[in-house]
Write a protein that binds this ligand. Structure first.
Ligand SMILES: [Ca+2]
Ligand SMILES: [Ca+2]
Length: 408
């Protein structure tokens, strides 16, 4: 039996949590025994009736698994001194951790060999010991238990078939309390969209400064997220095409059409489209569609005998007219496989011959019942290099508006 001076806070049982003094104290149990003991909220006992040590339990507001340090400071009434007795105890942790986050998140779309499976958990008591991850039923990829934060592993999603999957996550603390299983759904998509195709090929030659493209692609699992339009171009006299480049503002289209503006005269433009699905898989590029913008007649070298005019309704508002034979328009250093002539067709119009170097490509009669500024597209002839020459054959009028020079 221990006795304390009544109301003296220097005596009693003082509790520390860790090494941090907890000034407000505990109680001895059973609480029914407090009656008559004079146990005070500040921890002082007195004057008589404190239970024996064996009966004294300390109840404190504390974190689970905290180490509690008890200091009992008691008077010895026999000789007037005080004695301090200490003991430590560890409070039990019965609370599992809290899972704060994990990936793949609910509804996520994943692809590839390096999908980040991650988990984060906290435990206020004994601390997090491990997190466990199970994909589906664990039959394809066995459960992964990670003992070291940050918790998780790298998932090769290509081991799983495309489609719906689940991930189960648990966290366990150092007192072996385990959370309930948290389950999220995710979708694997490792299949690229179908190779896009142009739904309408471009005309091989154009007078316009724009090229309007339409295309399509499909993706079975996640759907097409975006399209990228790329282009390359080559001038009529250049040796090679430019490198492929993303068309202006054409890098991430959420529609199936695109119009390229600013086509330059004399250039052959080729386009291709690449689609990306919502999981990030990228298709193969489409086959090409190409168009060459005409070169105006004004850019050609005129022999004697041509009259150059400015007139609305013609390409670039110009034309060149001859009324005698053996007049030539030439364009040096052509490289390509196809030509077009934009010329006036009319009942009285004459004829021309078109050459590349010394090779006759085509003889063309411009006689027609209807008067038209016609774009006459010649058949491909294989890649050739040389000077393009248009030659008049008679005194009948020949009106040339422009020529097309294509590499494709
Ligand atoms: Ca896909
Ligand atoms: Ca013209």
């Amino acid at each position: 039996m221990l006795t304390f001076p009544a109301g003296d806070p220097n005596y009693g049982v003082h509790v520390f949590r860790g090494d941090e003094p907890q000034g407000q104290l505990f109680a001895c149990l059973p609480q029914s025994e407090w009656s008559g003991t004079g146990l005070q909220a500040n921890g002082a006992f007195g004057p008589t009736g404190l239970p024996t040590w064996n009966n004294c339990q300390v109840r404190v507001a504390s974190k689970p698994s905290d180490q509690v340090f008890l200091a009992f400071t008691l008077p010895d009434t026999s000789n007037g001194t005080t004695t301090t007795t200490t003991t430590t105890t560890t409070l039990a942790d019965t609370t599992p951790p809290t899972i704060n986050s994990f990936t793949p998140a609910e509804g996520a779309l994943v692809h590839g060999t390096a999908v980040a499976v991650t988990g984060a958990a906290t435990d206020a008591g004994s601390g997090v010991k491990s997190m466990a991850f199970t994909i589906d039923n664990g039959s394809v990829i066995g459960q992964v238990v990670d003992m070291t934060a940050p918790y998780g592993f790298t998932l090769n999603s290509k081991l799983l078939p495309d489609g719906h999957h689940t991930i189960n996550v648990t966290a366990t603390d150092n007192s072996d309390n385990t959370t309930t299983v948290q389950t999220h759904n995710f979708t694997v998509d490792n299949t690229a969209p179908t190779t896009p195709r142009f739904t309408k090929a471009l005309a091989p030659f154009t007078t316009a400064t724009t090229a309007a493209l339409t295309f399509s692609s499909t993706d079975a699992t996640s759907g097409v997220a975006s399209y990228k339009v790329q282009f390359e171009r080559v001038n009529f006299n250049a040796t090679v095409f430019s490198a492929w480049a993303t068309a202006p503002n054409g890098g991430a289209l959420n529609r199936t059409s695109y119009t390229m503006a600013g086509l330059a005269a004399g250039y052959d433009y080729c386009f291709r489209v690449i689609s990306t699905d919502k999981a990030g898989n990228v298709s193969a590029p489409s086959s090409l569609t190409c168009t060459a913008r005409l070169i105006d007649d004004k850019a050609l070298v005129h022999s004697a005998g041509w009259v150059q005019r400015v007139a609305a309704g013609y390409y670039s508002n110009t034309y060149s007219q001859a009324g005698s034979a053996n007049r030539t328009l030439t364009l040096a250093n052509f490289r390509g496989d196809r030509l077009a002539i934009m010329a006036l067709e009319c009942p009285t119009c004459g004829s021309i011959r078109v050459y590349v170097g010394a090779t006759l490509i085509r003889a063309i009669s411009l006689a027609a019942t209807k008067r038209t500024d016609a774009l006459i597209v010649l058949p491909p002839f294989g890649q050739r290099a040389g000077t393009i020459k248009i030659l008049t054959l008679s005194t009948k009028p020949v009106v040339i508006d422009g020529i097309g020079a294509s590499r494709t």
